[in-house]
Design a protein around this ligand. Structure first.
Ligand SMILES: [Zn+2]
Length: 78
């Protein structure tokens, strides 16, 4: 289990997400972005738009995924 913050994943806040893998944390971050934007938080809108853009264009988003995965791999296990 490791933790990454919203900020480490390209978002604006310090909410920490826990996960057994980078993919799990990315999914949690995606849910977090949708939740807070749905609650009217505009500071997360651009991060959510980026996330959607990566879904639409996985090739372009590959660099971001690789970076998150290597950041995740570099973190100590909790
Ligand atoms: Zn956030």
């Amino acid at each position: 289990m490791k933790t990454m913050t919203c900020k480490q994943l390209g978002g604006p806040c310090d909410v920490a997400h826990e996960g057994e893998s980078a993919d799990e944390i990315i999914k949690t971050q995606e849910r977090h972005l949708k939740d807070v934007v749905a609650q009217g938080d505009s500071s997360h809108e651009s991060a959510l738009a980026d996330m959607k853009g990566r879904r639409r264009n996985p090739l372009k988003g590959m660099g971001w995924y690789k970076k998150v995965k290597s950041d995740y791999a570099a973190l100590p296990e909790l």
